[in-house]
Design a protein around this ligand. Structure first.
Ligand SMILES: [Zn+2]
Length: 564
């Protein structure tokens, strides 16, 4: 069915709540695992209906925020969802308390149990006021940034509109625009410091109220890290430092040579080619056509998937008046289909939508048959494996999107995945230090950032920029304020995707079948188990990054640096 024909109707709470309550009651009376599961699935069907309507309302609201009908519906869902969440929590308790748990575990994915247990470990009614305080502080950070007014050469910009100038070909413009942007952070240094300091304190208090020593411990539960811990992550960061950082130094060296600069300064790092970045060629329709063609050639399964997406118009790709910013992929469970939302803007980001977001969509499409809803989507770090790997699988078709810029695209995309790894683990390491030592002063935190930054990103030369030299780069990284500890996830997934790249690059057999197997599992297995199912090495294990680094170095050196 086409997206526009999918009928939206607000759910009737007076009808649905008694139904759920009835099923919860029925569940608590079941004796055998089979009977329990049968009733459980009935409840899942109701959840499916609810999720479908919530999803339709949300998608249509983001496509046109000026549509009054869906604005009201969106408000309805904002109010109703927490209410319904309370029933899901009750359901989780009933599942956990079922006496024949081991029998039930054969029917319901283990991740459902783990996630229910973790939800209980991270919540208690007594922390509600602290959670509200945490949310308020995180919103203050967002508001502070959203209100930025940056004066530059007689015009006023915000943090997003100044971006093209920060990447200007003219080095002087680039430097001044960068400094103007940093000027906003410098002007608000005390405010960023206050917000973060209060966030660290309130999060530490939440953790202590729940009986944990540090917020870090609680964060691992909050992030649903089912099967890895702080020590394993530390071992992974060490490998990034040893195997990847030397490679990024070479990447920056090549960049300086290419740009004919003695030394890359902080405002040069994001500027890769004198001739400009790789851009997709043709209209948005051309790009969509190229994507449809690519997925048909890639495999029968991706072909079927893109056929369903295209025929049913399960995406809204172009920017338009009233549309929300950004991009996402979501699902419409009753129809068993995903939906992709984006704002094409003529940059290589448009192609990322058709590879990365389509990777998420393909994963959902491949696991849509899983009857337990929470098993249809993986946890955060696992979900990114599916999308980031698709970016690499799409490599052989990139010439259809980038034409004469194809080599430049490969180089930029590939080296970008590598330079991201040390930065990503820096963000993670910093947060471990901060939350494991909540007594640190504001100034000590900044010094810690700068110390770690020199270790992981030694090419960041801030001479002449007082704020960055002091250790305040992280003010710009929203996750640190808004989603603590959510960051290393992207790098872990990237390491998985890079392993798929190695296999594809070396033409190894069966890797695509392994990927197909991975996406079909959705979120029914934990992170490290998914890795093993996909026949990949877990990033925490010694030696995992060595092979990637060796192959990556060879690949990077195969590009003629003077040809861009
Ligand atoms: Zn993603």
């Amino acid at each position: 069915m086409k997206f526009n024909e999918m009928k939206y109707k607000r759910i009737n709470l007076e009808e649905i709540v008694p139904q759920i309550e009835g099923l919860l009651e029925e569940l608590s009376q079941q004796k055998s695992a089979e009977d329990f599961y049968r009733v459980f699935l009935k409840e899942q069907e109701i959840e499916k209906k609810i999720d479908t309507m919530a999803s339709l309302a949300s998608i249509r609201h983001t496509i046109n925020t000026k549509d009054e009908f869906y604005e009201k519906e969106n408000d309805f869902w904002d109010e109703t969802s927490p209410q319904l969440q309370a029933y899901m929590t009750r359901l989780a308790r009933i599942v956990l308390d079922f006496p024949q748990r081991s029998e039930l575990e054969k029917l319901i994915p283990e991740t459902y149990f783990l996630s229910a247990e973790f939800a209980l470990k991270t919540f208690d009614e007594k922390i509600i006021p602290l959670l509200q305080q945490e949310n308020k502080l995180a919103s203050e950070y967002g508001k502070l940034k959203a209100g930025a007014q940056i004066e530059f050469d007689g015009k006023t910009y915000n943090l997003s509109s100044i971006s093209p100038l920060v990447q200007s070909k003219d080095r002087d413009v680039r430097r001044r625009a960068y400094d103007a942007r940093i000027g906003f952070y410098q002007k608000n240094e005390a405010e960023f410091d206050r917000i973060y300091d209060e966030l660290v304190k309130v999060r530490t208090q939440i953790a202590r109220e729940l009986g944990y020593q540090t917020y870090t411990e609680l964060a691992y539960y909050r992030m649903q890290r089912f099967d890895y811990n702080q020590e394993m992550v530390a071992n992974y960061r060490r490998q990034v430092l040893e195997d990847i950082v030397p490679l990024t130094r070479e990447i920056y060296k090549r960049q300086a040579e290419r740009l004919h600069l003695d030394k890359l300064r902080y405002y040069d790092l994001g500027f890769e080619f004198e001739s400009g970045n790789a851009t997709p060629k043709g209209t948005s329709d051309d790009l969509v056509k190229a994507a449809v063609n690519m997925y048909h050639q890639m495999s029968p399964q991706t072909g079927e998937f893109i056929y369903v997406m295209y025929e049913n118009e399960l995406w809204d790709l172009l920017s338009k008046d009233g549309k929300e910013m950004g991009g996402y992929c979501t699902s419409i469970p009753e129809y068993g289909v995903p939906f992709i939302f984006s704002n094409f803007n003529g940059t290589s980001g448009d192609v990322d939508v058709l590879t990365h977001e389509a990777g998420h969509a393909f994963q959902f499409y491949s696991s849509r048959h899983i009857p337990v809803l929470s098993g249809q989507w993986p946890t955060m770090e696992s979900a990114e494996i599916d999308s980031m790997s698709m970016e690499f699988f799409a490599y052989p078709w990139m010439k259809d999107f980038f034409k004469e810029d194809t080599q430049k695209y490969y180089y930029s995309h590939f080296t970008g995945t590598l330079t991201f790894l040390p930065y990503g683990v820096l963000v993670d390491h910093f947060q471990h230090e901060v939350y494991n030592h909540p007594e640190m002063s504001i100034e000590e935190r900044k010094a810690t950032w700068r110390k770690l930054e020199k270790m992981y990103c030694p090419d960041k030369d801030y001479e002449g920029c007082e704020l960055l030299e002091k250790g305040c780069w992280w003010y710009q990284q929203g996750h640190i304020f808004e989603s603590p500890f959510y960051y290393i996830d992207y790098t872990l997934a990237q390491v998985c995707a890079l392993q798929f790249w190695v296999k594809a690059h070396r033409n190894q057999p069966n890797y695509f079948n392994d990927y197909m197997h991975l996406v079909s599992l959705g979120g029914t297995k934990t992170f490290t188990k998914l890795f093993r199912e996909a026949k990949l090495r877990v990033p925490f294990e010694d030696g995992c990054l060595k092979q990637i680094a060796a192959d990556a170095k060879e690949y990077i050196e195969s590009f003629d640096n003077n040809s861009f």
